[in-house]
Design a protein around this ligand. Structure first.
Ligand SMILES: Nc1nc2c(ncn2[C@@H]2O[C@H](COP(=O)(O)OP(=O)(O)O)[C@@H](O)[C@H]2O)c(=O)[nH]1
Ligand SMILES: [Mg+2]
Length: 364
């Protein structure tokens, strides 16, 4: 889910490259990394790759352009293609604002393309996205190979609704920017035209969350709604309301039921696992900043450890969860400060990171 940080004037959005194994997703990120100006890109991180195969995911942070004085920061992810990594794909897709489907153009890959597209549709629906409006483009890759099918055949098999599509030769860096520009255009258009949705959860301080696309909602039972056409063109369906069936507002407790001086606490956001959070808050109130920072780092570690994914390292899990890498690294640094050196601001920052991580983990 994209966010606008009013303090830093930045829009953050996540774009996921989806497709079968070996279709060219990692090559696409490598080519993008190699073709943009160094100052606009971060490090390309490929996690646990074995030879040519991406076992977990690749990640590339990119600063694309200035929009109305706001800096657009994109996070590009790829998913692992192999069938048995479905859980990792779901996690990577969580919070995505747009998807580029990288198809292998070769005739032999037809089944794999179709299976991967079906998996994408399933996972987007499970996240509550409306395929008709979700920012999306196809990248027909490996156009250079003699076994490549005509684009018309790929379109007939994979793009019945005429969503935007682009040919590419990712290994030579050809055509990789066009689908990225197109999906970025779609998600910015969604940002301009959609009013902010009612907030269902409090967000981190200083961060406004906007529904760039249909916002992920809790998975709904498939039987409850009729199947929707995958990636139907925008014009074919009327714009769906952001929340077709808005949840009833939570009734406020009667004032008499509130303790006279109820302390403000984030633990009310969560029904379980509050010990660490309460410890951070208590330490802040008592002026024990170092304890608060260390307890928050411990809390984050517990959140990451609780994720049901194959990744072992906390850093990989933090990236999957969508934690801001700089925040995460800063918290780790603060937690290693000698006793007495952390400030109240450090402790409040640590609390903010922990609450953000808990909210993200809760939304999975
Ligand atoms: N001929 C050709 N090979 C490609 C192209 N894109 C990727 N490859 C090759 O296909 C293999 C798999 O690519 P990779 O990017 O790792 O696929 P991924 O599994 O989707 O990440 C690698 O050997 C690439 O060099 C392309 O456009 N043309
Ligand atoms: Mg790969």
């Amino acid at each position: 889910m994209s966010t606008i940080n009013q303090l830093t004037r930045e829009i953050h959005a996540k774009i996921v490259y989806y497709g079968p194994g070996l279709s060219g997703k990692t090559s696409t990120l490598r080519s993008i990394h190699g073709s943009v100006r160094p100052e606009t890109r971060g490090q390309l991180v490929s996690l646990a790759t074995e030879g040519d195969r991406t076992l977990f995911f690749d990640f590339l942070p990119l600063t694309v352009e200035q929009v109305n004085g706001l800096t657009l920061r994109l996070q590009l992810y790829t998913v692992p293609g192999q069938i048995f990594y479905e859980a990792t794909r779901q996690l990577v897709l969580n919070g995505a604002d747009g998807v580029i489907f990288v198809a292998d153009s070769q005739g032999a890959a037809t089944d794999a393309n179709q299976e991967s597209l079906a998996s994408l549709e399933r996972n987007l629906e499970a996240l509550g996205h409306d395929p008709a409006t979700f920012p999306f483009a196809y990248q027909w890759n490996k156009r250079d190979l003699p076994g490549a099918l005509p684009v018309a055949s790929l379109r007939a098999a994979l793009n019945p609704h005429g969503r935007p599509e682009f040919p590419s030769v990712a290994s030579r860096g050809e055509g990789v920017m066009d689908p990225l520009k197109e999906v970025t255009r779609q998600l910015l258009a969604a940002l301009r035209t959609r009013p902010p949705a009612p907030q269902r959860r409090p967000t981190s301080p200083g961060v406004i969350t906007l529904p760039l696309s249909s916002e992920p909602t809790a998975p709904s039972p498939a039987a409850a709604s009729p199947p929707k056409p995958a990636f139907a063109p925008r014009a074919a369906t009327p714009p769906a309301p952001a929340f077709a069936d808005p949840p009833a507002p939570r009734p406020a407790p009667p004032p008499a039921a509130m303790p006279a001086r109820s302390p403000l606490t984030f633990t009310r956001l969560f029904t379980t696992g509050n010990a660490q959070l309460a410890e951070v808050e208590r330490a802040i109130c008592e002026g024990r900043a170092t304890t608060a920072v260390r307890a928050a780092a411990q809390g984050i570690s517990e959140v990451l450890g609780g994720l049901e994914v194959l990744e072992r390292s906390d850093a990989a899990r933090a990236a999957l969860l969508g934690l801001d890498g700089r925040d995460y690294l800063k918290l780790l640094r603060l937690s290693r400060l000698p006793e007495g050196l952390a400030t109240e601001a450090d402790a409040l920052f640590a609390l903010h990171v922990l609450v953000g991580a808990r909210l993200r983990a809760d939304s999975i």
